[in-house]
Design a protein around this ligand. Structure first.
Ligand code: C5P
Length: 316
């Protein structure tokens, strides 16, 4: 397998339009029924051939990236290593320098780490000409994390199992979101542990052993009806995220007051997302949320967008 010059891969953030969390499984994960939706907030990963013997390295640019490891525990590095191993390549024979430009909030519940892993799979697959098909990449993605397969797929898709079993959803239209960022992160395992705790003490209802997506939400997506979608957004992790970070209640309340069609905590939080009628309404909501001072940063993002994909390739 020959190496080539360099590639750039762009991978999107995700939000969950519905996140129904079942009971804790024996393997430490929760059974999910979710609707993933890829939105136009991106990480870009640039991968270049390195010097022989150099191995796989990464540098990271962007806000709060000091929290992201640059050693072998980085998800993009793990993804590159896993791919090399799977195709029988010694990484020192195919050294790669990764440069990550993070646009997705770090520890924001928008699958930024998963986007990076998916981007690294696509980038190294292109650099090394591995010849793996989409399904084989999907399998590697699932080994790296529950949300990584969706970061590869993009669009709008139903996720089952721990989130790795995907079915593209019948969805029409483009949706305009306002994303409110906090100035700190929340740990995903901590939020899942908190929902288990709240369920155990009876503060929230017992989980459905077979979590489901509501018909109302699927119908709204099929019809491309933003109003109906806004009314059917749900997230079982929201009470847990709000319990660990009570300031989120206030952000959600402001979003409702300023006229969002719907709003919720994104995934395990602390990012919150609000649905607008159209792009003009999204601008109005973003201005109002910014003025309220409840969020550290406010952005607009439309969806759905494609999964991790090659945007540039330079031959060496
Ligand atoms: O798979 P991933 O590494 O993204 O998951 C991070 C953590 O989130 C897991 O270790 C687990 O604590 C929690 N999780 C879960 N159930 C899922 C997905 C994630 O409990 N379906």
């Amino acid at each position: 397998m020959a190496t080539t010059g360099g590639v750039t891969v762009r991978a999107p953030a995700k939000i969950n339009l519905a996140l129904a969390v079942g009971p804790l499984r024996a393997d430490g994960y929760h059974e999910l029924a979710t609707v993933f939706h890829a939105v136009a907030v991106f990480d870009d990963l640039i991968a270049h051939e390195g010097e022989p013997g150099e191995g796989i390295s990464i540098v990271i640019d962007g806000p709060r990236t000091e929290q992201v490891p640059t050693d072998g525990s980085n998800l993009a590095v793990r993804a590159a290593r896993l791919l090399a191993e799977r195709v029988g390549l010694d990484p020192s024979d195919a050294p790669v320098r990764l440069r990550l430009r993070k646009g997705i909030p770090v520890a924001g519940g928008m699958a930024g780490g998963s986007a990076d892993a998916a981007a690294a799979l696509v980038a190294c697959d292109a650099l090394w000409h591995t010849g793996l098909d989409r399904e084989q990449l999907h399998e590697l993605a699932a080994e790296l994390g529950s949300d990584v397969p969706f970061s590869l797929l993009g669009g709008t898709a139903i996720g089952n199992g721990r989130g790795e079993r995907l079915t593209p959803a019948l969805a029409r239209g483009e949706y305009h979101w306002v994303v409110a960022l906090a100035d700190h992160g929340l740990s995903t395992p901590a939020v899942y542990a908190e929902i288990d705790r709240l369920r155990a003490i009876g503060q929230v209802a017992e989980p459905d052993p077979e979590p489901q997506i509501s018909d109302a939400l699927m119908q709204a997506l099929r019809a491309g009806d933003a109003q109906a979608l806004g009314a059917s957004l749900t997230n079982d992790l929201q009470p847990a995220a709000c319990s660990l970070d009570p300031t989120l209640e206030r952000t959600l309340e402001v979003g409702r007051k300023v006229g969002a069609l719907g709003g919720m905590v994104s995934g395990s939080g602390p990012t919150t997302v609000f649905l607008a009628r159209d792009s003009t309404h999204a601008l109005d909501l973003a201005v109002a949320l910014t003025a309220s001072g409840v969020a550290a940063d406010v952005r607009r993002a439309y969806g759905p967008v494609a999964g991790a994909r090659l945007v540039e390739s330079v031959r060496g």
